[in-house]
Design a protein around this ligand. Structure first.
Ligand code: SAH
Length: 303
């Protein structure tokens, strides 16, 4: 999974209509703006530390960063932007959107500073292991194809995801800050096979065309939360993307954009629907925040 995704992302821009999948920041500017507003509000209540930095994990085309930073700059945030990104193709696109950014290969390489961090559809791409009756399920080469070596009830684990969360949480505890994790997944750990491959906006079999399709699995937010807590950070409840965006005021933002741009009304309505409706991204996608014990919890997670 790791080798496939490294190759996949290093060799293309997979996003958008002509690519394999479309993400929330590519659907509408409102997504990144509300992320920026949530981070700005939290930073303001933490007394606006001047050494804080904006950090994004796997920023894709840089759209979320550009939209979030526009709002953060408006709130007086003057800190730098740091991206954890391995793909040279996507780094080049990110440089067009956020010209003064700095790049890192891994979370562990981030500087010691208060973090305003966001990861949208980043963790789903990090590799998992699958176990059947406690034995790791492996992929075998059979003839010209690939096949799993065993079937049965599957339990998934992702040391790579937990390690990345642990590194972020340690940074938050030492230097302050807040991290927003947004992804498809489940609030509680549960058995089940969630490995999936997507190509050209369709689900396809996972073991064909290795490295030519997006290979991900659902994110186990309970496991991420546990890793963050064990590192000493505070973790909020997990909320659905629909509830979170509504609480942050996507309705008001859409209305104000519609007033200023009446020709965009139908596009804005469609975007709110795609992002928030329970049959679209609203329910499957979840949001969780991790924050320093010295920082307030960000808005949008109240019971
Ligand atoms: N956040 C963006 C893109 C999501 S696609 C959006 O919402 O549109 C996943 C992103 O994570 C891509 O930018 C990909 O290159 C990056 N990525 C995948 N695996 C990575 C890894 N191991 N280390 C750093 N970046 C990675």
């Amino acid at each position: 999974m790791e080798a496939c995704n490294n190759y996949y992302y290093a060799t293309r821009d997979p996003l958008g209509r002509d690519g394999d999948f479309t993400t929330a920041p590519e659907i509408s500017q409102m997504f990144g703006e509300l992320v920026g507003a949530a981070l700005a509000e939290c930073w303001t209540r933490a007394e606006r530390p001047a050494d804080a930095i904006y950090v994004e994990l796997g920023p894709g085309r840089g759209s979320l960063a550009a939209d979030a930073l526009r709002v953060l700059r408006g709130a007086g945030f003057a800190g730098g932007a740091r991206f954890v990104e391995t793909s040279p193709v996507l780094r080049a696109l990110q440089a067009e959107r956020v010209p003064n950014a700095h790049w890192h290969d891994a979370v562990e390489d981030l500087p010691a500073a208060p973090l305003l961090l966001v990861a949208n559809e980043f963790f789903d791409a990090l590799p998992i292991h699958q176990f059947v009756s406690g034995i790791e399920r492996r992929v075998e080469v059979i003839g010209d194809g690939l096949a799993f070596d065993r079937d049965g009830e599957i339990v998934e684990q992702s040391p790579a995801r937990e390690q990345a969360v642990s590194a972020i949480a340690t940074c938050l505890v030492q230097c302050g800050g807040v991290a927003l994790v947004i992804d498809y997944g489940h609030e509680r750990s549960a058995p089940g096979d969630t490995l999936q491959a997507v190509r050209g906006h369709r689900y396809v079999p996972t073991l064909i065309d290795a490295g030519e399709q997006d290979l991900t699995s659902h994110v186990d937010f309970e496991a991420l939360g546990r890793a963050a807590s064990e590192a000493g950070a505070k973790v909020t409840t997990v909320v659905t993307q629909g509830d979170w965006l509504n609480r942050l005021g996507i309705g008001a933002r859409a209305a104000s954009l519609a007033t200023a741009n009446p020709e965009r009304i139908s596009e804005l309505e469609k975007a709110v629907d795609r992002l928030c409706h329970e049959e679209q991204m609203g329910q499957l996608f979840k949001v969780m925040a991790i924050h320093s014990p010295d920082w307030p919890a960000p808005a949008g997670f109240e019971a």
